[in-house]
Design a protein around this ligand. Structure first.
Ligand SMILES: Nc1ncnc2c1ncn2[C@@H]1O[C@H](COP(=O)(O)OP(=O)(O)OP(=O)(O)O)[C@@H](O)[C@H]1O
Ligand SMILES: [Mg+2]
Length: 465
């Protein structure tokens, strides 16, 4: 600690292991009355040759006052909003070029159009990608967005098809400038018609009329939360034969293409019928450069600047997860306004993290609640505790912690959950240390540290295997 400094927090940081070329941004908060000071750092590290090597270095620090005049920053971020207005959406949407071209290749670029399934864990951006697709398609496609979560109150094929027909008509109206006469030529069945014979009324009359009205253009069904259909079948809100009807439409329906999005790959019981005709594509976290764009660009216009540690720190805290970036950046903007400041620095980010993590509200918690299962919670909870004790988070250490509580658990059990957590982008393998994992989404690690007592984790370890 240097002269004139007080309350350095935290006094020590632990970095598990770093591979060549890898870096980690560490944050120390300090108070000083002086405008120039010298700070001394003591670094203790292990390498291949020796343990506990010590190196010291000093930095001369000149404290600057923030020069730029503050003016209220309008918050552009929209964490968790599935369907924002178009202007905001275009301002915020980043990346996914690879996914969009994958879809285009499988629709436009292949001899026979394939059915594309986008799958990914909660809030990774499936819906936003589907919505983005609407602006990227050649005119020949008429996109119709159908959210199966929005139809949970609906029961039975007739009501569901009536719903679909409604969305299709809206999509057609929005996208194609058809004259009234052509629109009136589309025979819209009523519930009675569907109840009498839905394949005939929906396919042979309604869809056939829609297609005549569209001419060369074709309907593109964008079905979001498709597993909702399967859930309707298991809750007996929908007869299983409906799935066969849907497959029939997908295979033989004229001038139609389909993109599905949901949290599962197409492998489930009812979906096996689509297995041969669908291609799956996973949606994960954003690339480094897209994450940086989402952090910087939306606020650049308002004159906000980032110091050189800000962007790496936000990436570390969010693991490039688009929802967490928006969630944190939203709080960063409120902190900037609260501090009347235009520069994003470590202090602002730390205050934003506290604003998010301390109340532990559902938006930060969703990962813990909705993405992870009990075993994964046990492993992540133990990892957080082991890191808190400043031990290494390698498989052996984690397993011996588990074994002390529940001897039934094998090292393979632990590895299996570590792998699924890596697949869910919460953890990543440490490239510098064998069989060692680290948190990739710092916010979730902080959430666990603040809200999950180790006693709960111990109980989970005892019960979950
Ligand atoms: N490409 C993107 N660019 C910028 N922000 C994004 C992007 N994708 C997702 N987001 C942010 O993440 C949030 C969640 O995205 P979205 O609703 O599309 O996820 P989802 O995978 O459909 O989630 P769920 O599984 O809950 O339906 C969005 O509200 C938005 O804030
Ligand atoms: Mg969605």
């Amino acid at each position: 600690m240097g002269k004139g400094l007080a309350n350095v927090k935290p006094e020590t940081h632990i970095v598990t292991a770093l591979a060549a070329g890898e870096s980690e941004t560490l944050l120390f908060a300090a108070r000083s009355r002086l405008s120039n000071l010298i700070v001394e750092f003591v670094v203790t590290y292990d390498d291949l040759l020796a343990k506990a090597n010590v190196s010291r270095y000093s930095a001369s620090i000149a404290i600057r006052t923030v020069e730029q005049a503050w003016k209220k920053i309008l918050n552009p971020y929209l964490p968790g909003k599935p369907d924002p207005n178009l202007e905001q959406f275009h301002q915020l949407f980043v990346g996914r070029e690879d996914v969009l071209s994958f879809i285009m290749d499988n629709l436009v670029g292949s001899a026979a159009e394939r059915i594309v399934v986008l799958y990914g864990h909660r809030r990774t951006g499936k819906t936003w990608t589907l919505l983005r697709l609407r602006d990227r398609l050649p005119d020949i496609y008429v996109p119709v967005y159908i959210d199966m979560q929005g139809t949970t109150g609906v029961s039975g094929a007739p009501a569901l098809l009536q719903n679909f027909a409604d969305r299709i008509l809206n999509g057609v109206r929005e996208r194609c400038k058809l004259n009234d006469q052509t629109l009136r030529s589309i025979r819209v069945p009523n519930l009675d018609d569907y109840e009498k014979n839905y394949p005939y009324h929906f396919e042979s009359r309604f869809l056939s009329d829609v297609q005549s009205a569209l001419g060369r253009r074709k309907l593109l069904w964008l079905i979001d939360e498709f597993q909702g259909l399967e859930d309707m079948v298991s809750r007996e809100q929908l007869e299983p034969t409906f799935m066969e009807f849907l497959r029939h439409l997908m295979q033989f329906g004229k001038n139609m293409a389909f993109v599905f999005a949901g949290t599962r790959e197409v492998t489930g019981k009812y979906w096996s019928v689509f297995f041969n005709i669908a291609v799956n594509r996973k949606i994960g976290v954003l690339s480094d450069s897209d994450a940086a764009r989402l952090i910087i660009d939306p606020v650049k216009r308002s004159g906000v600047k980032h110091d050189r540690f800000a962007v790496p720190l936000i990436k570390q805290l969010t693991g490039n997860h688009p929802y967490y970036i928006q969630l944190l950046c939203d709080k960063v903007v409120s902190q900037l306004n609260a501090h009347r400041q235009m520069l994003v620095n470590a202090q602002i980010i730390e205050d934003a993290v506290n604003e998010l993590v301390i109340p532990g509200t559902s938006n930060v918690k969703f990962y813990w609640d909705e993405v992870m299962d009990e075993r994964e919670r046990a492993v992540a909870g133990a990892m957080q505790e082991i890191l808190r004790r400043r031990q290494s988070t390698d498989v052996k250490t984690i397993w011996s912690e588990f074994n002390g509580i529940n001897p039934r658990i094998t090292a393979q059990d632990v590895t299996a959950s570590l792998k699924t957590l890596a697949d869910k982008d919460l953890l990543e393998k440490n490239r510098a240390a064998l069989d060692t994992y680290k948190f990739r989404i710092g916010l979730v690690e902080r959430y666990i540290g603040a809200h999950v007592p180790y006693a709960d984790t111990q109980e989970r370890i005892g019960k979950s295997w």
